[in-house]
Design a protein around this ligand. Structure first.
Ligand SMILES: [Zn+2]
Length: 235
């Protein structure tokens, strides 16, 4: 660690986004909060509440998520750090932690996956934020599993229009349908098993729109889903 960095650490120590404890050098979340993370076990059950979200919309081989959160949960801060505070390290580390957790089961969630595709941001949003939070997660997952990350297959035309007054599921779905488009190179993904990665899932509408865009370009590819945070009132 160089001197300016050390001084910053001394005067502005990094704190755990979940509980506020001071973090050790290598930590992005403290050990205590990591150990009490409300993990899902969706990767152990093919027919889980997350997979159910996609029934009737798009065929999903496997669907898994890492942890539950709700409006009052301090774990929500992990997602806030990743999305709005420029904390790309937390994304990569959570990607690694999530992949390690899921790989530890004998179910072999990653075994048949050929490539990871992070849900893209629009060019405008990417420019404004400077990074794609789902890509940070995908990089972490890739470091643990060795599966390549493809960011060239899918584009986002526009960001989600405001969903503030759109509580009805079908309204939300219509709202995001058609905002993703597969690139001409996506034809190379024919017959591949692709893992779509996103930071959070609420209705599933974004991931469904993403999957449909890829399926339009490559009808023979297979789709699986992995997300970091799942709202507690899910399904
Ligand atoms: Zn903590």
């Amino acid at each position: 660690m160089n001197l300016p960095h050390r001084l910053t650490e001394l005067f502005f120590p990094r704190k755990c986004p979940v509980c506020g404890r001071r973090l050790e050098k290598s930590e992005v979340i403290c050990l205590y909060c990591m150990s009490t993370l409300p993990r899902t076990s969706f990767h152990l059950q093919a027919d889980n509440a997350l997979a159910y979200r996609f029934y009737g919309s798009i065929k999903v081989e496997q669907a898994a998520g890492y942890f539950f959160y709700d409006k009052t949960s301090p774990y929500r801060n992990i997602l806030y750090e990743l999305k709005y505070k420029g904390n790309t390290q937390i994304g990569k580390e959570m990607g690694r932690q999530m992949a390690t957790y899921i790989s530890s089961s004998e179910k072999g969630f990653f075994k048949q996956i050929d490539a990871i595709i992070p849900v893209p941001l629009s060019k405008k949003r990417l420019h404004k934020r400077g990074y794609n939070q789902s890509e940070c997660l995908a990089e972490g997952i890739s470091q643990v599993t060795g599966i390549p990350v493809y960011t060239w297959a899918l584009e986002r035309e526009i960001d989600n229009p405001s969903q503030t007054n759109r509580n009805d599921f079908s309204e939300r779905w219509k709202n995001v349908e058609g905002i993703f488009q597969a690139t001409p190179q996506a034809i190379r993904l024919q017959e591949k098993h692709l893992l779509l990665v996103d930071d959070v899932i609420t209705t599933g509408a974004t991931l469904i729109a993403c999957g449909k865009a890829i399926k339009r370009a490559c009808p023979d590819c297979r789709i699986s889903i992995l997300v970091l945070g799942i709202t507690k009132n899910f399904g």
